[in-house]
Design a protein around this ligand. Sequence first.
Ligand SMILES: Nc1ncnc2c1ncn2[C@@H]1O[C@H](COP(=O)(O)OP(=O)(O)OP(=O)(O)O)[C@@H](O)[C@H]1O
Ligand SMILES: [Mg+2]
Length: 271
Amino acid sequence: MSDTGTRILAIANQKGGVGKTTTSINLGTALAAVGRRVLVVDFDAQGNASTGLGIMRADRRLTSYDVVVDRTPLDEAILTTLVPRLEIVPGDENLSGVETELAEDPRRSYRLREAIRDHVAKVAHDPDKRYDFILIDCPPSLSSLTINAMTAADALLVPLQCEFLALEGLSQLLRTVEVVRSGLNPQLDIQGVVLTMYDKRNNLSDQVADEVREVLGNKVYKTVIPRNVRLSEAPSFGKPALLYDYRCPGSEAYIRLASEMLQRERMRAAA
Ligand SMILES: Nc1ncnc2c1ncn2[C@@H]1O[C@H](COP(=O)(O)OP(=O)(O)OP(=O)(O)O)[C@@H](O)[C@H]1O
Ligand SMILES: [Mg+2]
């Protein structure tokens, strides 16, 4: 996908509440803040990425559901947000019906991929519309939605919560990646793993972080996202933490994560 300059990342982990949406919103905002054009695709029926970016339910006229079920072109569903250069395809509860609605279609897993690739091709030569990053906020499951996201993506970014048994769920996720690679998307890569909700007062956080680094090596980002109440408050104001309080430790961590990611992406492009 690198020839179009748009990098498509699925933010995925089938475990609930590990920081996928918080990472989609705040990493997206941090990348936009340093001049990148970013699209967040809210691919979860909870619609939390949309809410956290200030998109009211009434404004979600067309969503990622319409894109994958009715083949609505992506640009008809795209909305601007209060963050310059950060746009969103919103999500809503209709997404919970995708699994059944697409059950009969043998090419159901390619729906999001086709929609994104059509759009990327259409705007490839328009610097005002071309995205540098598309971040797909996945639901907490290995459902048809997550498979669609993995099929659409160049790579996965996996938020991993610093807690007991953090690695347990990861092996299941990696097995799914292997299945997707063996058929739907042979190119799918693991872009990185980001440790979230790190609590420096809790020894367990350090133990988990060490263990994860031992197993996954340099796939794990050096930047660790601390547990920070400001990150959890921001969505109720419909704002990314970076706008709500750009100097809180959580915002600072996402700014560092964005810069580490850009560095990683430059190295990948040069390789
Ligand atoms: N670093 C953090 N510090 C404190 N709270 C956080 C942090 N990251 C996320 N949270 C809070 O934890 C909860 C779960 O986070 P989030 O919604 O990002 O996870 P998720 O993986 O997207 O969840 P789901 O699986 O339900 O989609 C939210 O209330 C969020 O505000
Ligand atoms: Mg979420």
